[in-house]
Structures are given as structure tokens and as C-alpha cells.
Design a protein around this ligand. Structure first.
Ligand code: DC
Length: 201
């Protein structure tokens, strides 16, 4: 069986958690496509040129433990506006989506550009304030200096950049099912996603 589940949405809406849970529930492989852009963003912070970095990305560049900072997130959002960077990452994502046994890909343009033929398309969202609070709690656990106001400003800046770029802007596919997690706990959000996938299989 080759089933593709596309899960898109803005930063900190819960799509990563939902994607992992859906993949585990059905035994599908999972690709967090944000990591690809974060890896390219991290390379630019280290002095490399973005397009060359995207074209030469290696598996070892995707070590998630180095890529979770707010600084890398902003760098990822900046390199993600460059058409050649996006183009360099397409084939890898599409090949992943075609794996036998099923695949879940989460990102910004999976249902619209990378896998418009995906059998299940979800758009996971929440208010900017709720998303910023979640991200704040995550970051504050590691870094005592982080402030709520900074995190909210970062989330809004990233939303604006991701939604208004010319190439593959963040938006729901026309046939995507919306999951708004503003007032949903994570178990309810996962259950909603699992229901959508079950009914597609
Ligand atoms: O999902 P994330 O927060 O790890 O993504 C980091 C940035 O990468 C995000 O702000 C925009 C970019 N991105 C993208 O443009 N397309 C994707 N499919 C995934 C991420």
C-alpha cells in the first residue's frame, strides 16, 4: 500500500506531534520537512551560501538536536523563500512520499506543491497567541532568557514570511481538512487526524 498523508500548517500548531502520532498509529514513515529547511538555514548561519547548501545537503546535516533553536527557525524561513532552495529539496520529499508502506510528510507546502495527489491532506492551525505560548514553554525549559513577547514576535514574523512568499506559500490545499488546535488538546487533535486517515484507507 502506498498512502501519503500531507500535514501542513504554521509554526507550533501541533503538526509535528500529530504527524509522529499518525505515523506511529498506522506504521507509516514520517518526514518532518521543516528539518530540511532548518538544515539549510543552519548552514547559512555557518557561512555557507543557501542554494549550494540545499543542493549538497547530506543525511548527517539533519541531526534534529542542532536545529531546534529560534535562530535556526528564522534562518530556515528565510532560505525557504528562495526558489532554487525549494527546487533542490523536491525530489527527496517526493521519493519519501512514494515509499511503500505509507508516509506522513509535514511542512508548509506538502498538500499544495510536493504531494498534491496525497490521499489525505490536513491543515493544522491555531491562533498565533496559543502557538507562541506553546513554543515559549518549550524554549523557556531550555533557555531562561527567552520572553513571551519575543516568541510571539518570532512566530508572527515567520507566519508572515511563510504565507506571503511567492514560491509555495503556506496555505491549505483546496481539499485539505482543517484541524484547529486552539481549543483542542493534543489527544483530541491526534484522534481527529487518525479518523481522517482511517476513512481514507
Ligand atoms: O516546520 P518548521 O518550523 O520546522 O519549519 C521551519 C521553516 O522552514 C518554516 O518557517 C518555513 C520552512 N518550511 C517550508 O518553507 N516548507 C516546508 N515544507 C517546511 C518548512
Amino acid at each position: 500500500m502506498s498512502i501519503t498523508v500531507a500535514i501542513d500548517g504554521p509554526a507550533a500548531a501541533g503538526k509535528g506531534t500529530i504527524s509522529k502520532a499518525v505515523a506511529a498509529h498506522f506504521g507509516f514513515a514520517h518526514l518532518d520537512t521543516g528539518l530540511l529547511y532548518r538544515a539549510v538555514g543552519a548552514k547559512t548561519l555557518a557561512g555557507f551560501e543557501a542554494i549550494a547548501a540545499a543542493q549538497s545537503l547530506q543525511a548527517e546535516d539533519l541531526d534534529a538536536s542542532n536545529l531546534r533553536s529560534a535562530e535556526v527557525a528564522q534562518a530556515a524561513s528565510k532560505v525557504a523563500v528562495i526558489a532554487e532552495v525549494r527546487a533542490a529539496l523536491v525530489d527527496f520529499q517526493r521519493a519519501f512520499a512514494q515509499r511503500s508502506g505509507g508516509a506522513v510528510l509535514d511542512g508548509r507546502d506538502i498538500g499544495t506543491v510536493i504531494c498534491p495527489e496525497a490521499q489525505v491532506k490536513l491543515f493544522v492551525t491555531a491562533s498565533a497567541e496559543v502557538r507562541a505560548e506553546r513554543r515559549y514553554l518549550e524554549l523557556a525549559a531550555k533557555d531562561g532568557d527567552v520572553t513571551r513577547a519575543d516568541v510571539l514576535a518570532d512566530v508572527k514574523a515567520r507566519d508572515a514570511r511563510d504565507m506571503t512568499r511567492a514560491e509555495a506559500p503556506l496555505k491549505p490545499a483546496e481539499d485539505a481538512v482543517l484541524i484547529d488546535t486552539t481549543d483542542l488538546d493534543i489527544a483530541a487533535a491526534i484522534a481527529a487526524a487518525v479518523r481522517q486517515v482511517s476513512s481514507a484507507i
